[in-house]
Write a new protein. Sequence first.
Length: 255
Amino acid sequence: MEDFTYSNSPPEKKIFAKETKKTEQPPAAEKKEAAPLSETVEKFGTLTLPQPDHEIFTLTIIGQIEGHLILPPQNKTTKYEHVIPQLVAVEQSTQVEGVLVILNTVGGDVEAGLAIAEMLNTLSKPTVSLVLGGGHSIGVVISCGCDYAYIAETATMTIHPIRLTGLVVGVSQVFDYLDKMQERIIDFVVHHSKISREKFKELMFNTGQLGRDIGTVLVGHEAVDIGLINAVGGISAAVNKLRELIHLRKEGPEQ
Protein backbone atom coordinates (compact mmCIF):
# COMPACT_ATOMS: atom_id res chain seq x y z
CA MET A 1 0.00 0.00 0.00
CA GLU A 2 2.82 2.35 0.76
CA ASP A 3 4.60 1.57 -2.54
CA PHE A 4 1.41 2.27 -4.52
CA THR A 5 0.97 5.64 -2.91
CA TYR A 6 4.58 6.58 -3.61
CA SER A 7 4.30 5.60 -7.29
CA ASN A 8 1.61 8.28 -7.87
CA SER A 9 4.15 10.93 -6.78
CA PRO A 10 1.80 13.53 -5.26
CA PRO A 11 4.73 15.40 -3.65
CA GLU A 12 6.17 16.20 -7.08
CA LYS A 13 2.91 17.82 -8.15
CA LYS A 14 2.91 19.95 -5.03
CA ILE A 15 6.48 21.04 -5.66
CA PHE A 16 5.62 21.96 -9.25
CA ALA A 17 2.70 24.07 -8.05
CA LYS A 18 4.91 25.96 -5.63
CA GLU A 19 7.47 26.66 -8.34
CA THR A 20 4.76 27.98 -10.66
CA LYS A 21 3.51 30.29 -7.91
CA LYS A 22 7.01 31.68 -7.38
CA THR A 23 7.35 32.63 -11.03
CA GLU A 24 4.15 34.69 -10.78
CA GLN A 25 5.34 36.82 -7.87
CA PRO A 26 7.60 39.37 -9.66
CA PRO A 27 4.82 40.88 -11.87
CA ALA A 28 2.60 41.30 -8.80
CA ALA A 29 5.43 43.04 -6.98
CA GLU A 30 5.95 45.41 -9.91
CA LYS A 31 2.27 46.40 -9.88
CA LYS A 32 2.45 47.06 -6.16
CA GLU A 33 5.34 49.49 -6.62
CA ALA A 34 3.40 51.51 -9.23
CA ALA A 35 0.24 51.74 -7.10
CA PRO A 36 1.12 54.69 -4.84
CA LEU A 37 1.34 57.19 -7.74
CA SER A 38 -2.04 56.24 -9.24
CA GLU A 39 -3.64 56.12 -5.79
CA THR A 40 -2.40 59.64 -5.04
CA VAL A 41 -3.96 61.03 -8.21
CA GLU A 42 -7.20 59.09 -7.73
CA LYS A 43 -7.74 59.95 -4.05
CA PHE A 44 -6.41 63.48 -3.79
CA GLY A 45 -6.10 64.77 -7.37
CA THR A 46 -2.54 65.94 -6.71
CA LEU A 47 0.80 65.13 -8.25
CA THR A 48 4.40 66.23 -7.89
CA LEU A 49 5.77 66.94 -11.35
CA PRO A 50 9.53 66.61 -11.95
CA GLN A 51 10.99 69.50 -13.94
CA PRO A 52 14.44 69.88 -15.56
CA ASP A 53 15.75 72.03 -12.71
CA HIS A 54 13.15 71.77 -9.94
CA GLU A 55 9.94 70.08 -8.84
CA ILE A 56 6.49 71.64 -8.73
CA PHE A 57 3.73 70.33 -6.51
CA THR A 58 0.27 70.67 -8.09
CA LEU A 59 -2.66 71.18 -5.74
CA THR A 60 -6.19 71.08 -7.16
CA ILE A 61 -9.16 72.77 -5.48
CA ILE A 62 -12.14 71.27 -7.30
CA GLY A 63 -15.88 71.36 -6.66
CA GLN A 64 -17.06 72.37 -3.19
CA ILE A 65 -14.61 72.84 -0.32
CA GLU A 66 -15.71 70.44 2.40
CA GLY A 67 -15.16 71.53 5.98
CA HIS A 68 -16.41 70.14 9.29
CA LEU A 69 -19.58 68.64 7.78
CA ILE A 70 -19.53 65.77 5.27
CA LEU A 71 -21.36 66.69 2.06
CA PRO A 72 -23.63 64.28 0.13
CA PRO A 73 -21.76 61.65 -1.94
CA GLN A 74 -22.99 63.08 -5.26
CA ASN A 75 -21.16 66.37 -4.57
CA LYS A 76 -17.71 66.88 -6.08
CA THR A 77 -15.64 68.03 -3.09
CA THR A 78 -12.16 68.98 -1.94
CA LYS A 79 -11.64 67.87 1.65
CA TYR A 80 -9.54 70.29 3.67
CA GLU A 81 -8.29 67.50 5.95
CA HIS A 82 -6.59 66.05 2.86
CA VAL A 83 -5.14 69.36 1.67
CA ILE A 84 -3.56 70.52 4.93
CA PRO A 85 -1.30 67.46 5.50
CA GLN A 86 -0.12 67.71 1.89
CA LEU A 87 0.91 71.34 2.38
CA VAL A 88 2.76 70.39 5.58
CA ALA A 89 4.61 67.72 3.59
CA VAL A 90 5.44 70.27 0.88
CA GLU A 91 6.91 72.65 3.47
CA GLN A 92 9.12 69.88 4.87
CA SER A 93 10.16 68.45 1.51
CA THR A 94 13.69 69.14 0.27
CA GLN A 95 12.71 68.31 -3.32
CA VAL A 96 9.54 70.35 -3.91
CA GLU A 97 10.45 73.96 -4.66
CA GLY A 98 7.12 75.49 -5.68
CA VAL A 99 3.36 74.99 -5.50
CA LEU A 100 0.89 75.44 -8.36
CA VAL A 101 -2.74 75.75 -7.19
CA ILE A 102 -5.46 75.01 -9.77
CA LEU A 103 -8.93 76.23 -8.78
CA ASN A 104 -12.31 75.39 -10.27
CA THR A 105 -14.55 75.69 -7.23
CA VAL A 106 -17.97 77.00 -6.26
CA GLY A 107 -16.70 77.81 -2.77
CA GLY A 108 -17.67 76.03 0.42
CA ASP A 109 -16.83 76.04 4.11
CA VAL A 110 -15.50 79.48 5.11
CA GLU A 111 -13.16 78.37 7.91
CA ALA A 112 -11.79 75.47 5.86
CA GLY A 113 -11.12 77.81 2.93
CA LEU A 114 -9.44 80.36 5.19
CA ALA A 115 -7.27 77.60 6.68
CA ILE A 116 -6.08 76.54 3.22
CA ALA A 117 -5.47 80.18 2.20
CA GLU A 118 -3.43 80.86 5.35
CA MET A 119 -1.30 77.76 4.84
CA LEU A 120 -0.58 78.67 1.22
CA ASN A 121 0.28 82.22 2.24
CA THR A 122 2.68 81.10 4.99
CA LEU A 123 4.58 78.51 2.95
CA SER A 124 8.26 79.34 2.62
CA LYS A 125 8.17 78.21 -1.02
CA PRO A 126 6.75 80.17 -4.00
CA THR A 127 3.08 79.67 -4.82
CA VAL A 128 1.05 80.53 -7.92
CA SER A 129 -2.70 80.10 -8.35
CA LEU A 130 -4.69 79.66 -11.55
CA VAL A 131 -8.49 80.02 -11.68
CA LEU A 132 -10.02 77.86 -14.40
CA GLY A 133 -13.76 77.79 -14.97
CA GLY A 134 -14.61 79.45 -11.68
CA GLY A 135 -13.09 80.52 -8.38
CA HIS A 136 -16.18 81.59 -6.49
CA SER A 137 -16.88 82.63 -2.91
CA ILE A 138 -14.11 81.37 -0.58
CA GLY A 139 -12.19 80.35 -3.72
CA VAL A 140 -11.46 84.07 -4.18
CA VAL A 141 -9.66 84.08 -0.83
CA ILE A 142 -7.60 80.97 -1.66
CA SER A 143 -6.47 82.40 -5.00
CA CYS A 144 -5.34 85.61 -3.26
CA GLY A 145 -3.38 83.57 -0.71
CA CYS A 146 -0.72 82.70 -3.28
CA ASP A 147 2.28 84.84 -4.22
CA TYR A 148 0.89 85.42 -7.72
CA ALA A 149 -2.61 84.78 -9.10
CA TYR A 150 -3.77 84.07 -12.66
CA ILE A 151 -7.27 83.73 -14.06
CA ALA A 152 -8.28 82.24 -17.40
CA GLU A 153 -9.85 84.66 -19.85
CA THR A 154 -13.26 82.93 -19.64
CA ALA A 155 -13.16 82.07 -15.93
CA THR A 156 -15.43 83.81 -13.41
CA MET A 157 -15.28 84.79 -9.74
CA THR A 158 -18.29 85.53 -7.52
CA ILE A 159 -17.89 87.88 -4.57
CA HIS A 160 -20.70 87.87 -2.00
CA PRO A 161 -21.31 88.10 1.77
CA ILE A 162 -21.19 85.02 4.01
CA ARG A 163 -24.16 82.74 3.52
CA LEU A 164 -25.68 80.46 6.16
CA THR A 165 -27.52 77.15 5.92
CA GLY A 166 -29.69 75.62 8.62
CA LEU A 167 -31.07 77.17 11.78
CA VAL A 168 -29.56 80.32 13.28
CA VAL A 169 -30.13 81.62 16.78
CA GLY A 170 -31.46 85.14 16.32
CA VAL A 171 -29.42 86.96 18.94
CA SER A 172 -27.01 89.84 18.51
CA GLN A 173 -23.94 87.77 19.48
CA VAL A 174 -24.47 85.47 16.49
CA PHE A 175 -24.61 88.36 14.05
CA ASP A 176 -21.55 89.94 15.66
CA TYR A 177 -19.66 86.69 15.10
CA LEU A 178 -20.74 86.53 11.45
CA ASP A 179 -19.63 90.12 10.99
CA LYS A 180 -16.21 89.25 12.41
CA MET A 181 -15.89 86.27 10.06
CA GLN A 182 -16.74 88.49 7.14
CA GLU A 183 -14.14 91.03 8.24
CA ARG A 184 -11.55 88.24 8.34
CA ILE A 185 -12.27 87.50 4.70
CA ILE A 186 -12.15 91.16 3.69
CA ASP A 187 -8.89 91.76 5.59
CA PHE A 188 -7.20 88.74 4.01
CA VAL A 189 -8.19 89.65 0.45
CA VAL A 190 -7.27 93.33 0.85
CA HIS A 191 -3.85 92.52 2.39
CA HIS A 192 -2.96 89.94 -0.25
CA SER A 193 -4.19 91.67 -3.41
CA LYS A 194 -4.25 95.16 -4.90
CA ILE A 195 -7.97 95.79 -4.42
CA SER A 196 -9.07 98.43 -1.90
CA ARG A 197 -11.31 97.65 1.05
CA GLU A 198 -13.99 100.03 -0.22
CA LYS A 199 -14.06 98.46 -3.67
CA PHE A 200 -14.19 94.91 -2.37
CA LYS A 201 -17.07 95.70 0.01
CA GLU A 202 -18.89 97.48 -2.82
CA LEU A 203 -18.65 94.34 -4.97
CA MET A 204 -19.64 92.12 -2.05
CA PHE A 205 -22.84 94.03 -1.23
CA ASN A 206 -23.85 94.90 -4.79
CA THR A 207 -27.62 94.47 -5.25
CA GLY A 208 -27.89 95.29 -8.94
CA GLN A 209 -26.24 92.31 -10.63
CA LEU A 210 -27.47 89.04 -9.10
CA GLY A 211 -31.22 88.53 -9.43
CA ARG A 212 -31.79 86.56 -6.22
CA ASP A 213 -28.74 87.42 -4.18
CA ILE A 214 -26.23 90.10 -3.20
CA GLY A 215 -22.83 90.18 -4.85
CA THR A 216 -20.88 90.55 -8.08
CA VAL A 217 -19.63 88.21 -10.79
CA LEU A 218 -16.28 89.09 -12.38
CA VAL A 219 -15.04 87.60 -15.65
CA GLY A 220 -11.34 87.17 -16.44
CA HIS A 221 -9.89 90.61 -17.14
CA GLU A 222 -12.44 92.31 -14.85
CA ALA A 223 -10.87 90.59 -11.83
CA VAL A 224 -7.47 91.85 -13.03
CA ASP A 225 -8.65 95.40 -13.73
CA ILE A 226 -9.86 95.90 -10.14
CA GLY A 227 -6.66 94.44 -8.67
CA LEU A 228 -8.11 91.21 -7.28
CA ILE A 229 -6.02 88.96 -9.55
CA ASN A 230 -2.56 89.73 -10.93
CA ALA A 231 -2.95 88.67 -14.56
CA VAL A 232 -5.00 86.86 -17.17
CA GLY A 233 -3.31 83.68 -18.32
CA GLY A 234 -3.36 79.92 -18.65
CA ILE A 235 -1.33 76.95 -17.50
CA SER A 236 1.85 77.87 -19.40
CA ALA A 237 1.90 81.39 -17.96
CA ALA A 238 1.32 80.05 -14.43
CA VAL A 239 4.08 77.44 -14.67
CA ASN A 240 6.56 79.92 -16.16
CA LYS A 241 5.77 82.44 -13.41
CA LEU A 242 6.32 79.81 -10.75
CA ARG A 243 9.68 78.88 -12.29
CA GLU A 244 10.60 82.56 -12.23
CA LEU A 245 9.69 82.87 -8.52
CA ILE A 246 11.64 79.71 -7.71
CA HIS A 247 14.68 81.11 -9.51
CA LEU A 248 14.39 84.41 -7.62
CA ARG A 249 14.12 82.56 -4.31
CA LYS A 250 17.30 80.62 -5.06
CA GLU A 251 19.20 83.78 -5.94
CA GLY A 252 17.83 85.81 -3.01
CA PRO A 253 20.24 84.75 -0.20
CA GLU A 254 23.28 85.27 -2.43
CA GLN A 255 22.51 88.93 -3.13
